[in-house]
Design a binder for this molecule. Structure first.
Ligand SMILES: Nc1ncnc2c1ncn2[C@@H]1O[C@H](COP(=O)(O)OP(=O)(O)O)[C@@H](O)[C@H]1O
Ligand SMILES: [Mg+2]
Length: 249
């Protein structure tokens, strides 16, 4: 089943067209990598899927995006889309709150309350990102004291706590060391059993390690999408071959 379907989708910032007539689908319960040179529109594509791109001034789009068969442009309440489609950014974004309150930020906003209910959300979400054992004795300490890798896992827990069905990650490991990166890759592989994961990465090895399918974007156009093994070993398009062999990027 497809979690996300992008149909004849184009975007502009002001007069400049950024994404050109994209047709693309992303499967459920799997990890898809999006690769392409800097500036080709990867972030714009991700931020279109949870309708945060339109927060930028001058942003316009045309075409449609469906999440589990519902058009995200037909919903009455944009926040429902942003709840269904969560996003993790390149720079680990923790709120200036305790570790516990970072996890509870979304659930509280959506009305969760009661000490034991909240405790169980904190334990469940921190366990899901393999952070519980590391922080369970200091849940009330400020989150900004954590290491970079821990912060990124906490940022993931905060997003996962609102139970999205699609998880978008925009170069989530680019500021992390190899050990933290490996931990996050392991987590994503586990999470793919229950979610649809779309990850932008400039690390081609990362795409090869974790993504079932890979999408190659160039200058705002989709060049090709295929099984990751095929994109890297026998791509259909010469431009893909050039990119994955490191000729440009
Ligand atoms: N808020 C914005 N206003 C105007 N242009 C933007 C904005 N954000 C991105 N762009 C432009 O859109 C293009 C695609 O950017 P982006 O989606 O960030 O690419 P990538 O993530 O692949 O590096 C770039 O040319 C960038 O300069
Ligand atoms: Mg980007």
């Amino acid at each position: 089943m497809n979690a996300v379907e992008i149909k004849e989708f184009s975007t502009w910032y002001g007069k400049g067209e950024i994404l050109h007539n994209i047709d693309l689908s992303f499967r459920n319960n799997s990890i898809t990598a999006v690769i392409g040179p800097s500036g080709c529109g990867k972030t714009t594509l991700l931020r279109s899927i949870n309708r945060t791109a339109e927060l930028e001034s001058g942003f316009k789009s045309q075409g449609d995006i469906q999440v589990f068969d519902n058009s995200i442009y037909q919903v009455k309440d944009v926040s429902a889309v942003r709840r269904q489609v969560g996003m993790v950014y390149q720079t680990p974004a923790v709120l200036p709150l305790s570790i516990r309150e970072n996890v509870l930020f979304g659930p509280r906003y959506y009305g969760e309350k009661g000490r034991s209910r909240l405790d169980s959300i904190v334990e469940k979400q921190l366990t899901r990102v393999a952070l519980w054992e590391e922080v369970k004795d200091r849940l009330n300490r400020p989150a900004d004291k954590l290491s970079g890798g821990q912060k990124q896992r906490l940022a993931m827990a905060r997003v996962l706590a609102i139970e999205p069905q699609v998880l978008l990650l925009d170069e989530p490991c680019s500021s992390l060391d190899p050990a933290s990166t490996g931990l996050i890759e392991e987590l994503l592989q586990k999470l793919a059993a229950e979610l649809s994961i779309i990850i932008v990465t400039h690390n081609l090895y990362q795409a090869r390690r974790i993504a079932g399918e890979t999408v190659f974007l160039l200058d705002g156009s989709l060049v090709e999408k295929g099984l990751t093994s095929e994109i890297f070993s026998s791509p259909a398009d010469e431009r893909t071959r050039g990119f994955v062999s490191g000729l440009y990027g």
